[in-house]
Ligand binder design. Structure first.
Ligand code: NIG
Ligand code: FE
Length: 413
């Protein structure tokens, strides 16, 4: 049976943003149309056009109608960078950081990622799935229809596989799994180089064989993974058929974005320390620049040069970086608000970054991120005027969310 979203007051297709490769976005690229209808058939968008103009060949079929009068309809939002599966919390470290102890100092004393590692290793698959599903549901309630999630809080073969398995057991929307074994050096290894070799020799082949993730990420940073060994590791991952991406230039300018360009990564994430040289190089490349301003807020640092990147022609995406250490929030509204207030992104640029830009970061730009015939029906329906998005902190907006044509959230009855 088909689904017809009819009488849509305002439709944002984002088609032009997609056609422009997610670059140099202006309001005209949102594809704003009035009085439209969208027909969904078998997970996909089968037809779209003015209300009342449904062609006869479609009208003959059985169709369930949803009246969208007074609503804005747009692509479902895409969370392209999260560390969603973990156990425990790091509230005590938050307090320490707030009293002046640095992230690196905490990490060097076995806190930080290694403290989450301990709790995650001790958790069962069932516990991780239960907690993970609650977090997924919270993203869905905000209009999210695709969620990327990284492993990287287990740091051994058995438990990294458990975390990736948990990701595959989550339901409701599309999930994209990333292997981030190279997140921190686990206590079982003495050097970053030997740990990376272990990951490439013994873990990646299993992840590949079991189809647990199609992407590999590395945290290139002073006090974490060094640039040269990381580049070698990512090249090996690519040879095995993985897409690659990088936590790059977050705390220091440590060469992550340079490596991202060298290895043709899908995305370089964080990027707040980059200079004009990296901005120009990223703009010329096909690497999506993923900005994570809520992590910058929590770590009380500067924000990435989004405006300069956009003006230079780079493609930009936004995400929460949801994790227990540097960004313990799932609030997309806060992320968009910070992008506007602190990074001077325009509202159309924020909307495109959370749809088209994020779809490119996941290499899903031909499946989702814009409303076009043939694409997946990942759709957000909201009574909110698009001009009021990413504006008011703490606001809860009722909505309907369709993920691949299935109604997965409905608070508009
Ligand atoms: O994206 N930078 C590395 N990884 C995370 C933080 C992980 C943690 O502190 O638990 C990030 O900010
Ligand atoms: Fe991250």
């Amino acid at each position: 049976m088909g689904i017809l979203l009819k009488n849509i007051s305002t439709l944002l297709t984002l088609q032009e943003a997609r056609r422009k490769d997610g670059r140099r976005i202006t309001e005209a690229d949102l594809g704003i149309l009035q009085k439209q209808s969208v027909l969904i058939e078998k997970e996909k968008i089968a037809w779209m056009g003015p209300t009342g103009k449904l062609p006869k060949e479609f009208a003959r079929k059985k169709i369930k109608e949803h009246d969208m009068k007074g609503l804005t309809v747009m692509p479902g939002l895409i969370e392209c960078h999260t560390h969603l599966i973990y156990a425990g919390n790091r509230a005590a470290e938050f307090e320490m950081r707030n009293q002046g102890v640095s992230y690196q100092e905490i990490a060097a004393k076995g806190g930080g990622i290694l403290s989450t590692m301990k709790h995650t290793r001790e958790s069962s698959l069932k516990q991780l799935v239960q907690e993970g599903q609650k977090r997924v549901n919270h993203f869905i309630s905000q209009g999210v229809t695709t969620i990327e999630m990284k492993s990287g809080y287990a740091l051994n073969l058995k438990d990294e596989l458990k975390v990736l398995q948990a990701a595959q057991n989550l339901e409701g929307v599309r999930t994209v799994s990333t292997f981030l074994g190279a997140h921190a050096l686990p206590p079982e290894f003495k050097t970053y180089e030997s740990y990376l070799e272990f990951l490439a020799d013994q873990v990646l082949p299993v992840v590949k064989k079991k189809k647990l993730a199609g992407r590999v990420d590395v945290f290139i940073e002073k006090g974490f993974f060094p640039k040269e060994a990381s580049e070698k590791y990512l090249r090996r991952a690519k040879e095995m058929g993985f897409d690659v991406l990088i936590h790059a230039d977050q705390m220091t300018l440590s060469g992550g974005s340079e490596v991202a360009i060298n290895v043709e990564a899908l995305s370089g994430d964080h990027l707040l320390q980059i200079t004009n040289k990296e901005i120009q190089a990223l703009a010329k490349s096909n690497v999506t620049c993923v900005m994570l301003p809520s992590a910058d807020l929590y770590t009380r640092t500067k924000y990435p040069p989004a405006k300069e990147l956009i003006e230079a022609g780079a493609r930009v995406a936004l995400a929460t970086d949801f994790n227990p250490g540097t960004s313990p929030t799932q609030d997309l509204n806060l992320v968009g608000l910070l992008a506007r207030l602190e990074m001077k992104m325009s509202l159309p640029q924020v909307i495109s970054a959370y749809t088209v830009g994020a779809a490119f970061a996941l290499n899903l730009q031909n499946e989702t991120g814009s409303i076009e015939v043939g694409k997946c029906a990942d759709i957000l329906c909201t009574p909110q005027d698009w001009r009021c998005m990413f504006y008011s902190v703490g606001e809860v907006v009722e909505k309907k969310v369709f993920s691949r044509g299935k109604l997965v959230f409905d608070r508009l009855k």
